[in-house]
Ligand binder design. Structure first.
Ligand code: SF4
Length: 327
């Protein structure tokens, strides 16, 4: 049985991030750098769940990797990611080691496949807990592992099982419980339920939501291409396209009153013929030279291929990057 003296602490404060002018480029060899995101700016505060929505290649995961301090040379990350008064991009390796897991934990895409298949779930969990220094004895690690499993609605018996004996949903719950072991203030989830069927997906997401409302984590950053998952999970959605944030608004505004034409397409408020590019398009728009939606936008004007529209505030908590707004 799990001991009562190993408490999983509720997060009462912290978990605020301030991302400013974040640019990330990946090294492609021969001094070539491929921009993956440009001029990303956002703040999150304690208790907030923020979604980053976009298609594959939009730069969502890149932002998450940068927040974790995982963009390393020869790749380049510039700008600021302020957490607890410090810039993550300027942290030493020692500071980063503390920051990752203890302050911010990330569940990577397909993380459930990372469990060691020849070790029991318990061994997988105990080793991580001991490695991170959460507790210092095998006995305490076992107690905490069992407690964490029950926190994500798994039975104690799972501790003795092997990963191949678990369904995909159970494996993902194990991964979530492991991410909670260090009491992170922010939990970053990168496509956490993509490999699961719809019913399991929403069951796992409901558990994550409960953990959040119970204060097990102070803030959530959810990376997902699925707008229904985002709408279910977060308070606010940032929409990215080709490395740029094109809209950022509370969920209700995004779903009912989005302003950016791309967001309107995602929420089915605007129909476009995606097989055709606009006749006005001289070339395929580069995300860094013009509006990333210019080739498909029914409202595109000539400047849309020449200038990147700035992300401007058009209402309380609502930012949009489109020349149709802001004069
Ligand atoms: Fe369309 Fe131009 Fe607005 Fe981009 S900036 S969404 S191309 S109108």
């Amino acid at each position: 049985m799990a001991s009562d003296n190993l408490e999983i602490t509720s997060i009462k404060e912290g978990g605020s991030l301030s991302v400013k002018d974040l640019d990330v480029s990946y090294f492609m060899g021969s001094k070539n750098l491929l921009p993956a995101c440009k001029n990303v700016q956002f703040d999150t505060k304690y208790g907030e769940s923020v979604g980053i929505l976009g298609e594959s290649g939009a730069g969502k995961s890149t932002v998450a990797y940068a927040v974790m301090g995982l963009i390393e040379p020869p790749n380049v990350a510039t700008g600021q990611i302020i957490y607890g008064g410090k810039n993550v991009l300027a942290m030493s390796q020692q500071e980063l080691r503390h920051f990752r897991w203890n302050e911010v934990a990330m569940i990577f895409q397909a993380a459930m496949n990372s469990l060691d298949p020849i070790a029991t779930v318990g061994k997988n969990m105990d080793e991580l807990i001991l490695d991170k220094g959460v507790v210092h004895s095998k006995h305490e690690a076992r107690q905490l592992s069992i407690k964490l499993l029950t926190t994500v609605d798994l039975s104690e018996e799972v501790y003795k099982m092997y990963p191949f004996e678990l369904s995909g949903g159970m494996k993902q719950r194990v991964i979530i419980s492991m991410a909670l072991a260090t009491n992170p203030k922010i939990l970053i989830l990168d496509e956490p339920t993509t490999a699961l069927d719809t019913i399991t997906q929403f069951s796992v997401l409901s558990t994550i939501k409960s953990l959040k409302s119970e204060g097990r984590v102070g803030g959530l950053l959810l990376i997902s291409h699925d707008i229904s998952v985002q709408a279910f999970m977060v308070d606010r959605i940032m929409i990215m396209l080709k490395g740029l944030v094109v809209e950022d608004a509370p969920v209700k505004v995004v779903m009912e009153n989005a302003k950016h034409p791309y967001t309107q397409v995602l929420t089915e408020k605007l129909k476009i013929d995606s097989s055709k590019k606009s006749a006005a398009s001289p070339t395929a728009a580069s995300p860094m030279n013009g509006c990333p939606f210019a080739n498909y936008c029914p409202y595109a004007m000539s400047r849309c291929w020449d200038e990147v529209p700035p992300l401007i505030t058009i209402a309380d908590k609502h930012r949009v990057a489109c020349f149709l707004f802001g004069g």
